[in-house]
Design a protein around this ligand. Structure first.
Ligand code: FNR
Length: 188
């Protein structure tokens, strides 16, 4: 059987290094992971006024999460937190009240920045949000990627062995985590 992994790229940039990182992660992931990106760029800003009638983009987001076994966040750090577009997507997914899409869902967090601490602060912020959303987060290993352009091709090939091994291990650990969580809490 395969594990269906939904993933968010937290950047709307056409030259996003986090999108490049997501391609690398997909290429290095275990064979039985099947990936679907959940787009966040066309979502309106969330308001409770939508709770009775979600727009198509938000409906699609919730359906994609419901059809997935696990969720992966690949995000930049904006001003020491996560980008507003990603927070907005999470807010949509967490609502309407009682229909939180992340409830008990296996999750992992990773991100790249051009700075030395590689989205560490954004990831801590995201972890707080996901805790409240009751996602089952992988807490170790952590992955703070200080992006070096020479290490990644645009299609997601990783040219540095140490980096490739690190990212491959991260995804293998995520697989173990997903399997463990789903053993105890099967997706309904
Ligand atoms: C940044 N950047 C940034 N980097 C960082 O390490 N910590 C930070 O807090 C911020 N803050 C920040 C705010 C805003 C509004 C922008 C546009 C950028 C730099 C960031 O790491 C860099 O732009 C990355 O390329 C963003 O990732 P994507 O969009 O290329 O995936």
């Amino acid at each position: 059987s395969t594990f269906k992994v939904a993933y968010f790229v937290g950047s709307l940039s056409s030259t996003s290094i986090n999108r490049t990182l997501s391609r690398a992660l997909i290429a290095l992931a275990p064979q039985d992971f099947e990936f679907t990106e959940i787009p966040i760029g066309d979502l309106p800003l969330y308001s409770p006024d939508f709770d009775d009638d979600y727009p198509p983009e938000a409906r699609a987001l919730k359906e994609a999460l419901a059809a997935s076994d696990a969720v992966l966040f690949v995000t930049p750090e904006y001003n020491r937190s996560i980008p507003g577009a990603l927070k907005n997507a999470i807010d949509w997914a967490s609502r309407p009240w009682g229909q939180n899409s992340f409830d008990h869902m296996p999750a992992a967090v990773i991100g790249a920045s051009i700075g030395q601490i590689g989205t560490a602060v954004a990831q801590q912020s995201l972890r707080g949000v996901l805790s409240f959303c009751n996602a089952r987060q992988m807490t170790a290993p952590e992955a703070y990627i200080s992006f070096r352009p020479d290490v990644y091709t645009e299609s997601g090939e990783v040219t540095d062995k140490e980096t490739a091994d690190f990212l491959r291990n991260f995804m293998e650990e995520f697989r173990t985590h997903v399997e463990r969580v789903l053993t105890v809490i099967p997706r309904s």
